[in-house]
Design a protein around this ligand. Sequence first.
Ligand SMILES: Nc1ncnc2c1ncn2[C@@H]1O[C@H](COP(=O)(O)OP(=O)(O)O)[C@@H](O)[C@H]1O
Ligand SMILES: [Mg+2]
Length: 271
Amino acid sequence: MSDEPLGPFTWVDDADGTDDPATGDVATTPAPPVAGHAVVALEGISKTYATGAAEVHALRDVSLRIDRGEYVAVIGPSGSGKSTLMNILGCLDVATSGRYELDGVDVEDLSETDLAAVRNTRIGFVFQQFNLLSTLSAWRNVELPLVYAGVPRAERRERAHAALDRVGLAGRVDHRPSELSGGQQQRVAIARALVTDPALILADEPTGNLDSRSSEDVMALLDELHASGRTIVLITHDLEVAAAAERSVTVRDGVVLTAHDQQGEPVGAGA
Ligand SMILES: Nc1ncnc2c1ncn2[C@@H]1O[C@H](COP(=O)(O)OP(=O)(O)O)[C@@H](O)[C@H]1O
Ligand SMILES: [Mg+2]
C-alpha cells in the first residue's frame, strides 16, 4: 500500500534546532513506513469513569489493530463507548488500563506535553461541528497545527495552500468560515487534518451537520484520501455512512464485538 504524500510536505524533525526529544522533536518525526505497520494497536484497553458512588465501565478489555492504509468505521448505539474509544484513539484521554501504541509510539506513559505533540502531529481530527476559528481565513485555519509544531512561516503558508488545493478549495483560501458552505467548511477542516501529514485521520460524525449532497461530497473526499493511502477511522452511528469504510468495528456496552469486511456478514452486531 503506497502512502503518497498529499502535497509538497516535508517533515520538520527538528523544529527548534535542538534535535532534542525533551523538546518534542521526537514527536514530529514520523515512524518509517513499514508494510503492514500498525497505526493503531490497542491491547486490553479498559476505561472506567468514577461518578460519585457508581463506576461506569465505558470500555472493557478492548483490543484492536488498524494497519496503515486501512479505512475503518466504528459504529454502535448511543452510550456504547464510541466517544470514549475516540478520545483514547485521539490521545484526548488516557485509558484506565491496557496498552495503546499509536504509529509505533507507546502513548500511555507520555507526559501531557508529549501527548499534545503526538496529538498535533500524528493525528488529523475532523469533527461534526468543523471546529474552525471564525475570525481566520481558510488557509490560516489550516496552518494552525503547523504553528503549534513550530514549522517556519513560509513553509506553513505553502503547505496550507497545498492542502486546500488537495481538497478542491484552491479558490477559497482567503475566505472565512462564514463565507463558505457547510460542505466547504468541512473540507477546510479536512485540509487542516491533512496538513501535518498525520499517521491517522480520526473523523467523528463528519457528515452529522451536512445536507445529503455535502455529505456525499465529504465521503467522496474521504474515499479519495483512503485510495491515496491514508489511514482513516470514521466514528458514526449512521450505517449508510459506515458502509463507505473497508471494515467496521461495532462497539456495544464497552466491548468491541466484531470486525468484519464490508462484504462479510456482521457477527453478533445486530446494529
Ligand atoms: N465523563 C464521563 N463520566 C462518567 N461517565 C461517562 C463519561 N463519559 C461517558 N460516560 C459513560 O460511559 C458510557 C459510554 O459513553 P460514550 O463513550 O459517550 O458512548 P457513545 O459515544 O457511544 O454514545 C456511557 O454509559 C456514558 O454514560
Ligand atoms: Mg458519543
